[in-house]
Design a protein around this ligand. Structure first.
Ligand code: NCD
Ligand code: ZN
Length: 343
């Protein structure tokens, strides 16, 4: 069996830099026409000039004949100026500004300490129509890690949607039923990306029968009832829910250790894994909207015209891939995947 769909885009991706990036970028470029590239490098991408040079490095790392467009983002800090927001918008290459609460996740120590400090920049983004992309987790040590997303909704997303009624916002990598409900309650105002790991797995995959670090990402996998809510949302055909892998490669030794990094590497088979899930719930005919149509519609970009074809033919995910001087273990390594990209 084969299915064809309009070539998809990835609305949330970590490509890293230098030779690590060179090792992984082809996986994305083979499958996706465009990707929103996250700015959490070290140091973070905080200016248009930095984003332009990062974009050049991505383009230089692509295999010959790839047809892939990186959509760049800036990293929001307490000090982002309105002038920088306007420069970002006018550059034409920057499609959003990413808000990481300080300390929330990998390379986020330069993030925002108090969202009110960003209000001048947010005013300008609202005026310019430049989307705010949000890692929606509080970082307060007294909030349980499994509750950090829903507490962020109450403390920060409610006020943000109230204070900036015309600012386009993406609630990134939603992981809870509360997030699904909030996006629906703000229909037309908010987009939301959903990763494939949060659709395929819940926290049991990470914790039952041994601790499995390759399932550890942020926001962390939640309980099964949340997974079910996400599956229902992703396969609902509602246009505010769209594909964002949050594929986030780390070297094997940085995951398999006493204090492992957060991030799942899924770019190597991203669209195949989403197809797996959509097929499981008998919703393959809804995959194209989620993967290829709703994202560009939200961002006001043209839909892709070319198509890709997936074939139902089993293969086994490799144990690891080259990753710069290291190896990266993909999510699902050693497991059978039932779809293949037809090349
Ligand atoms: C991401 C990373 O490794 O850059 N990790 C993750 O678990 N998702 C950062 C992020 O998007 O939170
Ligand atoms: Zn991410």
């Amino acid at each position: 069996m084969q299915i064809s769909l309009i070539r998809p885009d990835d609305w949330h991706l970590h490509l890293r830099d230098d030779d690590a990036m060179a090792s992984v970028v082809a996986h994305t470029a083979e499958r996706f026409a465009r990707a929103i590239v996250m700015p959490n490098l070290k140091p973070p991408v905080t200016t248009t000039a930095m984003a332009m040079s990062y974009r050049e490095r991505i383009l230089a790392a692509l295999p010959q004949n790839s047809d892939f467009t990186p959509l760049m983002t800036l990293y929001m800090t307490d000090h982002l100026s309105s002038d920088e927001v306007i420069a970002a918008k006018n550059s034409g290459i920057i499609k959003g500004i990413k808000l990481y609460p300080a300390g929330a996740t990998t390379h986020s120590d330069a993030g925002v300490t108090d969202i009110r400090r960003c209000y001048p920049a947010l005013e300008t983004m609202q005026k310019e129509g430049l989307p705010l992309l949000i890692h929606a987790e509080v970082t307060d040590p007294d909030v349980d890690i499994f509750d950090r997303e829903q507490v962020f909704i109450d403390r920060h997303l409610q006020p943000l949607t109230r204070d900036f009624p015309a600012l386009p916002m993406v609630f990134e990598h939603i992981t809870t039923k509360q997030a699904v409900d909030f996006v629906r309650a703000n229909e037309g105002r908010l987009g939301a990306t959903i990763t494939v790991q949060h659709l395929l797995y819940n926290r049991n995959a990470m914790l039952v029968g041994g601790i499995r670090p390759h399932f550890y990402c942020l926001p962390i996998l939640k309980r099964e009832s949340h997974q079910r809510a996400l599956i229902e949302a992703a396969t609902s055909g509602e246009s505010h829910f769209f594909l964002g892998t949050d594929s986030a490669p780390h070297p094997q030794h940085a995951k398999e250790c006493a204090c492992g990094c957060a991030g799942c590497y899924t770019a190597y088979a991203a669209i195949e894994l989403y197809a797996e899930l959509f097929e499981q719930v008998d919703a393959l005919e809804r995959l194209e909207g989620f993967a290829s149509l709703f994202g560009p519609d939200f961002y006001g970009l043209p839909r892709n015209r070319e198509t890709i074809t997936l074939e139902k033919r089993e293969w086994v995910a490799p144990e690891s891939y080259q990753f710069g001087q290291d190896r990266v273990v993909p999510l699902g390594s050693g497991e059978t995947i039932s779809w293949q990209l037809v090349r």
